[in-house]
Ligand binder design. Structure first.
Ligand SMILES: Nc1ncnc2c1ncn2[C@@H]1O[C@H](COP(=O)(O)OP(=O)(O)O)[C@@H](O)[C@H]1O
Ligand SMILES: [Mg+2]
Length: 340
């Protein structure tokens, strides 16, 4: 099957089972579904009407699956009502953002260095293919079962231009995007180039290693960024972690106000990761075990709550019946005593 008028997707995907919504973002809703023929789960991003042209744009990036750190795009979904969406691999571990929420802080250092390195490799790959990402942030860096990076939402370029111009006119642009935008991007005549992504990468590094969102509580992020303000590195520099100084140095070079002074290709992360790679297995296991424990604890709390609700639901009517029964009994016995 071919998609008339679309740049290049291999085919339309139709045979999907029930769709379960897993999240929503600026461009649409994301669902998990089982492909009836393939037998494995995929993610389907159903785009909002005004962003639907993007479906086909990203659909034309399917060949990028040759980089293991870039999310695999399977094709374009066509629903029964004619709705269109983008079908990609489903990432059950979520994103760096969900990892940060679960850990309430930075991941173990070997994993932090691995996330940084794999994201750098994915960025270098896209840039080599002349694709600028323009929306690099923790929730676009998805994680596979083993917590390896799968960079998502690349190819938003045309949509991102409109996001950028919307942000220029508003003081409260969508959080999580403004913070990752370089100062020059607020200029009306700005044309996105790879230095945009290099800047976003530096803020992303800061967020991964500090385990925090940049500029919390700032209402004037745009003004602060254009004035040269950047996230504070004092806490990072005080850490006793091998390679942290070199990492902060890389961060600072990547967030230079002058885009020409930023690195063109990201090279340093490999050496930094190699200092910690011997401990990566242990770090991943530690996070996954912690994760499973958390799920188990949540299940226990949930089942306790459920049983409390069920017991209350059963006891309340029983309690009412008993009260009525005792009252009736009391009235009867009172009358009986009086009659006597
Ligand atoms: N392929 C996927 N597998 C699993 N979860 C995904 C996938 N793509 C997106 N998500 C999740 O769906 C939610 C919305 O994603 P998205 O629409 O890309 O938001 P945004 O526009 O903010 O990037 C996020 O929580 C993201 O982690
Ligand atoms: Mg996204």
């Amino acid at each position: 099957q071919t998609c008339g008028g679309c740049p290049s997707p291999n085919g339309l995907i139709e045979h999907l089972g029930d769709m379960l919504e897993v999240g929503s973002g600026g461009f649409g809703r994301v669902y998990k579904a089982r492909h009836k023929d393939w037998g494995f789960d995929v993610a389907v991003k159903i785009l909002k009407e005004d962003a639907s042209h993007y479906t086909f744009k990203e659909g034309s990036f399917m060949d990028l699956a040759s980089c293991e750190f870039v999310l695999r795009v399977h094709g374009v979904y066509k629903g029964p009502l004619g709705e269109r969406g983008l079908v990609t691999d489903y990432m059950s571990r979520g994103s760096i953002e969900s990892l940060q929420t679960k850990l309430s802080g930075p991941p173990p250092w070997p994993l932090a260095f691995q996330l940084a390195h794999q994201t750098a490799l994915a960025m270098n790959f896209l840039h080599h293919k002349n694709i600028v990402h323009l929306d690099l942030k923790p929730n676009n860096i998805l994680l596979n079962d083993e917590l390896n990076v799968r960079l998502a939402d690349f190819g938003l370029s045309t949509v991102s231009k409109s996001v950028v111009s919307d942000n220029r006119n508003s003081h409260t642009g969508p959080q999580g995007t403004l913070q990752y935008m370089p100062p020059e991007a607020f200029d009306l005549s700005y044309n996105p180039v790879r230095a945009f992504d290099i800047y976003s990468f530096s803020i992303l590094l800061w967020s991964i290693f500090s385990g925090k969102e940049p500029y919390p509580g700032y209402s004037i992020v745009k003004a602060r960024i254009t004035e040269g303000d950047r996230p504070d590195c004092k806490d990072l520099l005080s850490l006793n972690v091998d390679g942290i100084r070199a990492l902060v140095d890389l961060m600072k070079r990547c967030w230079e106000g002058d885009p020409d002074k930023r690195p063109y290709i990201l090279k340093t992360t490999e050496e930094l990761f190699s200092r910690h790679s011997d401990n990566i297995r242990r770090a991943v296991d530690e996070v996954l075990i912690n994760w499973i424990d958390q799920i188990r604890r949540n299940h226990i709390i949930l089942s306790h709550r459920m049983s409390t609700v069920v017991i209350t639901a059963l006891l309340t009517p029983l309690h009412k019946c008993c009260t009525i029964f005792i009252s009736i009994l009391f009235c009867f016995s009172f009358n009986w005593v009086r009659e006597k």
